[in-house]
Design a protein around this ligand. Structure first.
Ligand code: GMT
Length: 377
């Protein structure tokens, strides 16, 4: 199949899922065209089946805000026509689904029929989507997509509760390419560089937005470090970063906490971690938790949104109520009781990650694409 993928090219989970999906499809022989404003951060390999089409937004002085959606629409029309695409798959509803809808109708007026799939990822529905000013467009674009998928049951339910949806939404969960994590590389040197006295390593990976409750990560760590020799790695960057640095000083933990900034190949850093902390306010799935589990790192998380579909309480980690830092700290301490317990949780985390193996999930997308293409919409 010849497929166009639209996504945000940034470090966010939706862009990561879209990119990994495209790479996996390309390795199965499909031709994949990424159409976005920047090369996606995880698009590190190029093969004969992967193409990248940049959406260029000009800075015409009349516009205070550049009309990205229109430029994207025009690019979609152009790429579909000249690359003879069979299908468009847009990740994150805003504004990708409405741009795809517009492109589809422009193409139809020229006698070209192309279906499009919209995958809902989370904040497009729960945060941004809830804003009343977006609601009519999102509702329309979801209802008019040729197929809609959500990355968890919880997100499907949120979408049905928040919008007036008159169509099916199929749940296709996020996935993980376990082969990327199955490396037998010696991690001693890397581990020693962050934990020179054999301390256990706690880790958090996110884009440091409010919804991630990153302050809770530091508060959890502050409780744990009073009972266990531990270090904390903060991976990622975002609006909360400076507030976190101040809190580190207040809690007098700066010497135990390292901010690593944005990291592309998180699997390497996750391979030295002992406990992953995800105290999010809301999370449609929690891809970061799944990536940690694939690296055999148990997860301490909240029980919000789709997280309980990913992290199994008492098996791959533990679940607590949002904001209950005491419970999350106690759970981390439980996992770190001794090496036997820690290893049990590491194995539990890996076993649970296997449920989301790429090889199980990928055929679900292929099947969906095939059914839409053969319908000849
Ligand atoms: O969580 C973010 O900050 C990024 C956001 C995105 O769209 O890039 O992530 C959402 O999509 C991910 C991939 O499907 C999910 O794993 C995340 O749980 C979801 N984030 C939220 O719901 C807050």
């Amino acid at each position: 199949m010849n497929i166009g993928i639209v996504c945000y090219p940034t470090f966010g989970g939706s862009g990561v899922v879209a990119t990994e999906l495209g790479k996996a499809l390309a390795s199965k022989g499909h031709k994949i065209h990424f159409i976005t404003y920047q090369q996606p951060v995880r698009l590190d390999i190029f093969s004969e089946n992967i193409f990248y089409h940049e959406v260029k937004v000009s800075d015409y002085p009349l516009f205070d805000y550049q009309p990205y959606e229109l430029v994207l629409t025009s690019k979609l029309v152009d790429v579909v026509k000249f690359e003879k695409l069979d299908l468009l798959h847009v990740h994150y509803a805003i504004p990708h689904a409405s741009a795809a809808y517009m492109a589809q109708h422009i193409l139809k007026s020229e006698g070209i029929n192309i279906p499009f799939v919209t995958t809902l990822h989370g904040t497009d529905i729960t945060l941004v989507g809830k804003d009343a000013s977006f609601a009519p467009v999102i509702t329309f674009a979801i209802n008019e997509s040729n197929a809609v998928t959500a990355v968890s049951d919880s997100l499907k339910q949120d979408t049905l509760n928040l919008f007036n949806i008159k169509r099916d939404i199929e749940v296709i969960p996020n996935f993980i390419c376990l082969e990327q994590y199955n490396t037998d590389k010696d991690t001693t040197e890397l581990k020693n560089s962050f934990a020179p006295d054999g301390e256990k390593i706690l880790i958090h990976v996110s884009n440091f937005r409010k919804v991630k409750r990153t302050e809770d990560v530091l508060r959890i760590f502050d409780i744990v470090r009073k009972q266990k020799p531990v270090r904390l790695l903060m991976v990622g960057d975002g609006p909360e970063r400076s507030r976190l640095e101040i809190l580190c000083r207040e809690l007098e933990i700066c010497h135990l906490v390292k901010f690593l900034g944005k990291v592309k190949d998180t699997e390497r850093i996750l391979s030295i971690a002992d406990v992953f902390i995800l105290p999010s306010e809301s999370e449609s799935f929690g891809l970061a938790a799944l990536e940690a589990m694939a690296a055999k790192t148990p997860v301490i998380s909240t029980n919000t949104g789709g997280i309980p579909e990913v992290n199994k309480d008492g098996v791959s980690g533990f679940l607590s109520d949002v904001g209950d830092v005491q419970s999350m700290a106690e759970n981390a301490i439980k996992i770190l009781t001794n090496d036997t317990t820690l290893n049990q949780f590491k194995e539990g985390a890996y076993k649970q990650a296997k449920v989301f193996d790429l090889h199980t999930v990928l055929p679900q997308y292929e099947e969906l694409y095939r059914s839409l293409i053969t319908k000849n919409i």
